[in-house]
Design a protein around this ligand. Structure first.
Ligand SMILES: *Cc1c(COP(=O)(O)O)cnc(C)c1O
Length: 386
């Protein structure tokens, strides 16, 4: 483990940013407010606020078309979507997952009484390493839950082959993968289910929100019932479902986002291109490789920091903060290092050398559609010359 700076040595960013507004790792895409008002008028006129209203239905079909998927069930947030996806497939026992993610991935297993089994990641993609899956399978294993980390597609073919061989389900945490395609096809079409997050920090947002993507009408119906307490009709409840429904204001927000999403993705791609051009020659700053057949969403711009760069990752993080630049260490600490997981045998660092190393070197730089050229220049200069 490299030394960590104590929090008290990190200067207060806002006060020391020389009068400039802070630059966060992300900012939500905010379409013009006036364009939101007609949606609000529709909601006020209909008096339908939730429970599968007209805007909810409209967003489901618009997302199926935009994403190139067959079925989607909208949720009030991504974590409830993950919890419900696991319920829908009746997953139990043990599930193989990655420690290199947001904590909700493993939490969704714990909330379902499932034991997470962590396997190491691939150094090239920072996604679950398929080579490590087989050795982690036990008689209690029922599923694999990989993450398309930063929107980089997992090795879906190899994961599928292993799952088929051992009769396991696959649920992708696709919280980062909105709009990502590989070979022209949505990455969300792989596995039994894929789960999206529409949280404010994500590429496409409904303030809070999420969805489960599936490939058949029966599963869609099951998800729809589970997110509404298990209700089938007024007098029939078939499962101990939860309240995971997306409301009409969230759906309206999503419909408005969709009108602007292509421009937003284009701007993200441009920002990523500038970072790559300007930081590509800095010794000790590394990028994750981009696959040519992938339409990326540039949800994040991760860099890996190592010698001979003149600062450690944590020194660079503090240096940027002192200049009002809030880069984030996604993902540090590893999920497997949190108290509810660290006693698991699979959480041992000797089992997770690649993830442990990545967590110590990773830094995600600011990237969002409204990041100005001047702001990006400030970030680049702080890394390259200051
Ligand atoms: C954001 C995120 C989630 C949780 O989604 P919420 O909508 O915030 O509940 C789950 N997994 C990953 C990888 C995420 O980044």
């Amino acid at each position: 483990m490299t030394a960590r700076l104590p929090a008290s040595t990190i200067p207060d960013a806002v006060s020391s940013a020389a009068g400039r507004a802070p630059i966060y790792v992300t900012r939500p895409l905010m379409p013009p407010l006036r364009d939101f008002l007609p949606y609000l008028e529709r909601i006020w006129a209909s008096g339908i606020l939730t429970n599968g209203g007209p805007l909810h239905a409209q967003l489901e079909s618009a997302l199926c078309e935009y994403l190139g998927i067959d079925y989607i069930s909208l949720f009030s947030n991504g974590t409830l979507a993950l919890l419900t996806a696991i319920q829908a497939l009746r997953i139990s026992g043990e599930v193989i997952t990655t420690p290199y993610s947001f904590v909700a991935t493993a939490h969704s297993l714990l909330w379902n009484g499932i034991k997470p089994v962590f396997v190491d990641i691939d150094p090239g993609t920072l996604n679950m390493n398929p080579d490590r899956i087989q050795a982690a399978i036990t008689p209690r294993t029922t599923a694999i839950m990989p993450v398309h980390c930063y929107g980089t597609p997992c090795d879906v073919e190899r994961i599928e082959r292993i799952a088929d061989d051992y009769g396991l389900k696959v649920v992708y945490d696709a919280a980062h993968a909105f709009g990502v395609r590989r070979g022209g096809r949505s990455i969300l079409r792989h596995g039994d289910l894929s789960v999206l997050s529409f949280h404010a920090t994500k590429v496409f947002t409904t303030f809070e929100g999420g969805a489960v993507v599936c490939s058949d009408a029966k599963t869609k119906q099951r998800l729809d019932r589970l997110k509404n307490f298990g209700y089938v009709d007024e007098v029939t409840v078939v499962a101990p479902g939860i309240n995971g429904k997306m409301n009409e204001i969230q759906a309206a927000c999503g419909l408005l986002q969709l009108e602007h999403i292509d421009d937003a993705l284009q701007r993200r791609a441009e920002i990523a291109r500038v970072y790559r051009d300007r930081l590509g020659t800095v010794n000790g700053i590394h990028f994750l490789p981009f696959a040519v057949d992938v339409k990326a969403n540039f949800a994040y711009f991760p860099i890996l920091v190592s010698r001979p760069y003149r600062r450690t990752r944590d020194e660079l993080y503090a240096h940027l903060r002192a200049r009002g630049i809030f880069a984030r260490r996604y993902f540090y600490p590893l999920v497997s290092d949190f108290p509810m997981y660290r006693e698991l045998p699979s959480a041992d660092h000797t089992n997770l050398p690649v993830a442990t190393d990545a967590a110590e070197r990773i830094l995600c730089l600011p990237i969002y559609p409204s990041l100005s050229e001047a702001e990006q220049e400030t970030v680049i200069r702080a890394i390259v010359t200051d």
